[in-house]
Ligand binder design. Structure first.
Ligand code: NAP
Length: 265
């Protein structure tokens, strides 16, 4: 079967849309949805979100009827999740045929420390709350707000990492968070057969998170690896990686719950 030309009339919720990979994904989705669709852009930086909202509203898709809503919120806070749900419900119309949630927002955590340094439970809890609990609770709230019904396609993307599969020294918080998230989404895929669940690993991206990785990583081998990738131009652009994600979503051939990497064929 040939891939679909678009994703339908979609309500797309994208966390971490203010910059980096999330912003590139928002731009691509705007081009791949039918008129009458809506994008809900979420992050803490209001000015960056509003600049993207203006750009997309003025784009061809915006002129053709794409609605772009902004939610300035911390996804690690319950009020943030409530704001996202309120705006998403307001943006949803009965004739939409697809709900697409992109769980992209994340933090790297303190990579200047090793496991032996994390004796403060509140620091670990706070990291896991933002990077694991919030993605689980936002996804649960979306599933409750938009229950399965005939003619409605529901998709959830977890933006994951190689770190979900492989240990990186001094990246205990990040690796733990990504591994936990990925397993949670695998369980979800088992529980909800109607749902399309994808863990997409975008590859090493030229973003703020990479700058943090290059500058703060305690383990010198890992630090040099990332500095070397940057120096040798081996980082991917967000646009290139987002294009691969769009292809995977349009092809719709992945097994629900699977980890798909940008470098996979
Ligand atoms: N960069 C890489 O090499 C790489 C590799 C593999 C996987 N990934 C994954 O790809 C995703 C995007 O990474 P990136 O490199 O684009 O990161 P980034 O440049 O650091 O951007 C992170 C995004 O998440 C948002 N965010 C962070 N904390 C938030 C919070 N508490 N509430 C709401 N939004 C929050 C940020 O917006 P505000 O600051 O405005 O809130 C920003 O839009 C992440 O899941 C990351 O783990 C990245």
């Amino acid at each position: 079967m040939s891939p679909a030309a678009d994703l339908g009339r979609v309500l797309c919720i994208i966390t971490g849309a203010s910059r980096g990979f999330g912003r590139a994904v928002a731009r691509d989705l705007a081009r791949l949805v039918q008129p009458g669709s809506a994008l809900v852009l979420v992050a803490r930086s209001g000015p960056d979100l509003r600049a993207l909202q203006a750009e997309l509203t003025e784009s061809e898709a915006g002129r053709a009827g794409l609605k772009v809503e902004v939610v300035v919120a911390d996804v690690g806070k319950v009020e943030g999740l409530e704001d996202i749900l309120r705006t998403s419900k307001e943006a949803f119309y009965e004739d939409m045929d697809h709900i697409l949630l992109i769980n992209n927002a994340a933090s790297l955590g303190d990579v200047s420390k090793y496991v032996r340094d994390f004796s403060d439970m509140s620091e670990v809890d706070s990291y896991l709350s933002l990077n694991v609990s919030s993605a689980m609770c936002l996804t649960a709230r979306m599933l409750q707000a938009f229950p399965q019904h005939p003619g409605l396609r529901r998709s959830v993307v977890n933006v994951t990492s190689l770190c979900a599969l492989q240990p990186f020294r001094s990246w205990a918080l990040y690796c733990t968070g990504k591994a936990a998230r990925e397993m949670m989404f695998k369980v979800l895929a088992e529980e909800e057969p109607d749902l399309r669940v994808l863990s997409y690993s975008p590859g090493p991206l030229d973003t703020d998170m990479q700058v943090e990785a290059r500058s703060k990583t305690a383990d010198q081998t890992i630090k040099k690896k990332f500095s070397g990738m940057f120096a040798q131009g081996q980082l991917l652009t967000c646009e290139a990686s987002s294009a691969k994600l769009m292809k995977v979503l349009l092809d719709d051939k992945f097994t629900s719950g699977d980890h798909v990497d940008v470098y996979d064929n």
